[in-house]
Design a protein around this ligand. Structure first.
Ligand code: ATP
Length: 245
C-alpha cells in the first residue's frame, strides 16, 4: 500500500514545552489509522502540524508525494487534507447549509458543490430537514455529523478527525463509527484521534499509541488492544494528573 501521508522525524514545541519528539508515522491510501493516547500526549499537535496550523521545529510532512512541511493551510486544503477539529467548531448562528458551504469556500464548481450537498443531505436526513435553521438547534451528535459533512464538502483525500466521539451519547458514538467505516468503504483515508480506544481500534486498520510526544507502540489493532502498554499510556498520565493523597 502506498503512503498517502508520510510524517518523518517531526518535533513540535510550544516555547519550552515539547509536544512531539522525532515522531514518524505514515498513513496508506485507503486506511483508517487510529492515534491513541491520554490528554496531553501530543495527538492534537500532530494533526495541527499536518493541517498546517502548528509549525514543526523539525521534521518533514509529505502528502501524496509532495513535501508540504511549509505549505500554508489553504494549499493543504486544496490538496485534500481536511481536519475536523476537536470541539467541532460549528458556527451556531449560521444555518446548517451555511455551515456546510464553509467547507466549499475554496471550490469553484458550484454544480459539484450542489451535488455534494445533496449527497450529504441524503446521508444525514436530520440535517436535510433543518437545512435552513440555525445550527444551534442541533444536538452535539448532530453537530458532529455537520462538522464531518462540512469537511466532506471540501472533498478530502485524507480526513483527520480529532476526538469526534467526545461528549456524545453511546448511541451517537455507534452512529459516528458506522459513518467513519462507511466513508472509508467509499474510499476515504482517515487519520482518527480518539480517547475511545475500543471503538477506534475496532474501526482502524492500524493504530499508534502516543505518550509524551512519542509513539510507544504501533501495529495491528488487535495487537495494540492486547498490549499492556496501551493501558499504561493512559494510566501513567492519569496517575500523574491525579496523585493519591
Ligand atoms: P488533548 O486530548 O488534551 O487535546 P493531546 O494528546 O491532543 O491532548 P496536545 O494538545 O497536542 O495533546 O498537547 C501536547 C502537549 O503540548 C501538552 O503538554 C500540552 O499541554 C502542550 N500544548 C498544547 N498546545 C499548547 C499551546 N498552545 N501552548 C503551550 N502548550 C501547549
Amino acid at each position: 500500500m502506498s503512503a498517502l501521508l508520510d510524517i518523518a522525524g517531526l518535533s513540535v514545541s510550544y516555547g519550552h514545552v515539547s509536544a512531539l519528539q522525532d515522531l514518524s508515522l505514515s498513513v496508506g491510501e485507503g486506511e483508517i489509522v487510529a492515534l491513541l493516547g491520554a490528554n496531553g500526549a501530543g495527538k492534537t499537535s500532530l494533526l495541527g502540524a499536518v493541517a498546517g496550523v502548528v509549525r514543526p521545529r523539525r521534521g518533514r510532512v509529505t502528502f501524496a508525494g509532495t513535501d508540504i512541511t511549509a505549505a500554508p493551510v489553504p494549499a493543504r486544503l486544496a490538496r485534500g487534507l481536511v481536519l475536523v477539529p476537536e470541539g467541532r467548531r460549528i458556527l451556531v448562528s449560521l444555518t446548517i447549509e451555511e455551515n456546510l458551504l464553509v467547507g466549499a469556500h475554496l471550490r469553484r464548481d458550484p454544480e459539484g458543490v450542489r451535488r455534494d450537498l445533496s449527497g450529504i443531505y441524503e446521508r444525514f436526513p436530520n440535517l436535510a430537514r433543518r437545512r435552513h435553521m440555525a445550527a444551534s438547534c442541533l444536538s452535539g451528535g448532530e453537530q458532529q455529523m455537520l462538522a464531518i459533512g462540512r469537511a466532506m464538502v471540501a472533498r478530502p483525500r485524507l480526513l483527520m478527525l480529532d476526538e469526534p466521539s467526545l461528549g456524545l451519547s453511546p448511541l451517537f458514538i455507534g452512529h459516528l463509527f458506522e459513518l467513519i467505516r462507511e466513508l472509508n468503504r467509499d474510499g476515504l483515508t482517515i487519520l482518527l484521534v480518539e480517547q475511545n480506544t475500543g471503538q477506534a481500534l475496532a474501526a482502524a486498520h492500524r493504530a499508534a499509541v502516543l505518550e509524551l510526544g512519542r509513539i510507544v507502540m504501533a501495529g495491528a489493532p488487535a495487537a495494540v488492544a492486547s498490549d499492556p502498554r496501551l493501558a499504561e499510556a493512559y494510566l501513567g498520565r492519569a496517575a500523574e494528573a491525579a496523585p493519591l493523597h
